[in-house]
Design a protein around this ligand. Structure first.
Ligand code: URA
Length: 181
C-alpha cells in the first residue's frame, strides 16, 4: 500500500469516537522519503479546519525552530499520534491513540522509513516509546524495535512556558546532528 492509499483510507476513518466531531482528518505532510519524521499529539482547531498538521500557533513556532536548527520544514514528514482533533483540545485517550497508531502511524513509519523520529511532547513519547516525563528525557535518543527516536518538548509547551524554548531549540539541533552523523 502507498502512503496516498493509506491517506485515502484514513480520510474516511470511523474507527474511534474522534471521527464524530472532526472537520478534517489530519493525516500528515511531507516527503515520502523524508529522513526525519516529527510526531505530535493531535490536531488542534486550525489543523482540523485545514486538514494540515502544525499550521496553528505551535506550527509557526515549530517551523521557526526547524529553520533555526538549519533544516527545512519541507524536508520533514510531520504528523501526530491521532489524526482527528479531540473536542476542546483534550488529550487523546489510550483507546484512540492505540487504534490510530496501529491503523495509520505505524504504517506511515514503515512506508517513510525515516532515519530518526522526533517525538513532540509527553503524549507522543509515552504512546511510542512508553517513557514518562519529557522534562527528564528531552534531548535523549532511544532505539526501540530498530527505530531511532528522540524526545522533544511539544512547541505548544514552549509557547506556554517560554523557559522551555532554548531546550527545545537545543534538542532540535541534536536531532539534526543525528542525521548528519
Ligand atoms: N499539535 C499537534 O500535536 N499536532 C498538530 O498537528 C498540531 C498541534
Amino acid at each position: 500500500m502507498s502512503l496516498k492509499e493509506l491517506c485515502e483510507i484514513a480520510s474516511n476513518c470511523v474507527q474511534c469516537p474522534l471521527h464524530e466531531s472532526r472537520i478534517n482528518v489530519v493525516f500528515g505532510k511531507g516527503p515520502e522519503d523524508a529522513r526525519i519524521m516529527l510526531v505530535g499529539e493531535a490536531p488542534g482547531k486550525t489543523e482540523d479546519e485545514t486538514g494540515k498538521p502544525f499550521v496553528g500557533m505551535s506550527g509557526k513556532l515549530l517551523s521557526e525552530i526547524i529553520n533555526e536548527a538549519g533544516m527545512d520544514r519541507s524536508d520533514i514528514y510531520i504528523t501526530s499520534i491521532v489524526k482527528c482533533r479531540p473536542e476542546n483540545n483534550r488529550k487523546p485517550m489510550k483507546l484512540e491513540y492505540c487504534k490510530c497508531i496501529n491503523l495509520y502511524l505505524s504504517k506511515q513509519i514503515e512506508l517513510i522509513n525515516p532515519d530518526v523520529i522526533g517525538l513532540l511532547g509527553n503524549s507522543a513519547v509515552y504512546a511510542l516509546i512508553g517513557k514518562k516525563s519529557i522534562k527528564q528525557i528531552h534531548g535523549k535518543t532511544y532505539e526501540v524495535d530498530g527505530r531511532k527516536y528522540i524526545a522533544l518538548f511539544h512547541p505548544a509547551a514552549a509557547l506556554y512556558s517560554r523557559i522551555l524554548l532554548p531546550q527545545l531549540k537545543d534538542d532540535m539541533l541534536t536531532l539534526r546532528k543525528i542525521i548528519e552523523s
